[in-house]
Design a protein around this ligand. Sequence first.
Ligand SMILES: O=P(O)(O)OC[C@H]1O[C@H](O[C@H]2O[C@H](CO)[C@@H](O)[C@H](O)[C@H]2O)[C@H](O)[C@@H](O)[C@@H]1O
Length: 269
Amino acid sequence: MALAPPEAQAALEPLLAEPGRSAVLCDIDGTLAPIVERPEEAHVSEEIARLLARLARRYRLVACISGRRASEARRLVGVGAIAYAGSHGAELLLPGAREPEVAAEFRSWEGRVHRFADSLPARELRLAQIRREDKGPIVAFHWRGARDERRALAMIEEIERRATAAGLAVHRGRKVLECRPPIEIGKHRAVRQLVTRFGFSRALFGGDDATDVDAFAELERLRADGHLEQVVRVAVRSDEAPPDLYRFADVVVEGIGGFASLLRRLAEG
Ligand SMILES: O=P(O)(O)OC[C@H]1O[C@H](O[C@H]2O[C@H](CO)[C@@H](O)[C@H](O)[C@H]2O)[C@H](O)[C@@H](O)[C@@H]1O
C-alpha cells in the first residue's frame, strides 16, 4: 500500500536504523531534477546535491540510476562520491572512477542504432518538432513542447514501427521514445548489479517513470529471494506517471520537493 508522509517515516526506519547496510538509490529526471522542455536544460539544485553527498558519508551506497549516460548523469548531479548507473543499467560509473564500465555488447550496437536514426526523414522530424538526443548506443526522440502533439505522436509511432522492423528495441518514457540495442538493459539490471557489488541488505529506490517500475519489481524479487531484507519503493507523483508506478510503490511523495524532504529525513539520521 502506498503511504504519504508523515506515515512514510515508518517505512524509512529500517534504513535509518542500519545505514551501513543500506542503499539509497534514485532516478534523476523527474525525481531529482524538475522536468524541463530540453534535456540539456535539466538542473539538480545545490540543496539536493549537498544532501546526496551527505548521504554518501552515512549509507553503504548512494547511487543514481538513470536513462542518461553515466558520465552525463554525474555531470548533471555534480556529486563525485556516489555511483551512477547510466543508460538504464548498461553503464556503471563507480564513486570517484574516471570512466564508466560499459557492457561490451551494448557498446557494439552504437553504429547500427545511429545508422537507423540517420535514415529517418530529417525534414519530417523537424516539422513534427521532434528532437533527437544521442546517447551512444541509445537514441532518444523527444516531443515535449511540440505544438501539434497529435502530429508528433503519429511520427513517433512511425519511428517505433521502423525501429522494430530494423531489429531495435523501443521504449517510451515521459514524452520520449528511445531506440535501443535489442539486449537486456533496464533499471532492474542496474539494481541487481549494485546489490551484488555493494552487498547492502536494505534499499530504497525513488523514481517517477515507467523504467523505474522495473527497478521496483527487481527490488521486490531480491527481497523475495532473500538477497534483501527490506525494500522501500518511492513513487514521485506527476501528471505523467504510469499507473503501475503508484500500484507497486510503498510510499508516494509529491514531486521533487517531496522526494527532497525524504532525502533530508534520511540524512538527519
Ligand atoms: O531515468 P531518468 O534519469 O529519469 O532519465 C529518463 C530520461 O530523462 C530525460 O528525459 C526526460 O527529462 C527531460 C528533461 O527534463 C524532458 O525534456 C523529457 O521530456 C523527459 O523524458 C533524458 O533526456 C532521457 O534521455 C532519459 O531517458
